[in-house]
Unconditional design. Structure first.
Length: 281
């Protein structure tokens, strides 16, 4: 039976794109890492990943629904939106600005409470091969955390592999209810490799690449870079494959999500060659 890991080993577990996890090994040793500080930073980085990925999903889906609605001769698409969401569209020639207002009390969106506004804008051209979606966060909160930023997502109808692709330029600051603050910046590329155009949600598969940094109020910075594309199947909660190089203040290594199985298992190999098992949660 796997031994229970001490807190230091939990600290060494890494978080990517909204996933939190803990690691275990048979040899419980103490590493020279400030435990409370590092645990706090790991959890903050995890939550920033989750915020960024969830907002990206929502913005892309809202845009796609709006474009499909206008193609059918309708004005504003409320498809898949809860009743507590208010949509306001400003249409000027080919320019579109869509304000999504979640109200003072907020709305539940895929298990998270959104509060405030996300304002999305783009130049509408149904024949364009590329469209840049700009978005601004107005007094926006994600599960009680304030999120500040105005960023963009480049939508390509067809990349070099013939697949739709979304490049998210991320630069956000997250402020927790207790006053803790951290920022995240980088570029996340999502390639839609299976299921596009089928009309079914459950057959969608994406490959995620890119790089990003997490910076904390105390000046610490953690860097992430995808080495092998992360495979995301929408029917599986966690990535089912791919790896990420991680460089942190006190250590570095490679996080590996496995060979395609839909499970909650991964491994982390430190730069010195030591490998620990990771249980995703």
């Amino acid at each position: 039976m796997m031994k229970t890991c001490n807190l230091t080993k939990v600290v060494l577990a890494l978080v990517v794109l909204g996933l939190t996890f803990t690691g275990c090994t048979e040899n419980d040793t103490t590493d020279p890492v400030p435990q409370e500080q590092d645990v706090s930073e790991v959890m903050q980085a995890a939550e920033m990943d989750e915020v960024s990925a969830s907002m990206e999903d929502f913005i892309i889906e809202t845009y796609e629904n709006q474009e499909a609605s206008e193609a059918r001769g309708m004005s504003v698409s409320t498809a898949k939106m809860p009743d507590c969401v208010t949509l306001t569209l400003v249409a000027q020639q080919n320019f579109r600005e869509l304000t999504v207002d979640f109200g003072i009390d907020g709305c539940m969106i895929r298990g998270h409470r959104y509060r405030g506004q996300i304002v999305i804008n783009w130049e509408r051209d149904p024949q364009a091969q590329q469209v840049t979606l700009g978005y601004v966060l107005n007094d926006f909160y994600f599960d009680a955390k304030q999120v500040i930023g105005s960023n963009s997502i480049l939508r390509e109808l067809s990349n070099i592999n013939g697949n739709p692709q979304f490049t998210h330029t991320v630069d956000i600051t997250v402020i927790w209810p207790n006053g803790a603050e951290a920022s995240r910046e980088g570029q996340i590329i999502r390639e839609w490799i299976e299921g596009f155009g089928s009309g079914e949600f459950t057959d969608n598969v994406f490959e995620v690449t890119g790089y990003w940094n997490a910076t904390f109020r105390n000046g610490n910075s953690h860097a992430y870079e995808v080495i092998l594309p992360l495979r995301r199947e929408v029917t599986c909660y966690h990535f089912v494959g791919g790896s990420v190089d991680v460089e942190r203040t006190y250590f570095g290594g490679l996080l590996d999500f496995g060979d395609g199985a839909c499970d909650n298992l991964a491994t982390f190999t430190f730069n010195d060659g030591n490998t620990i098992d990771i249980i995703l949660r």
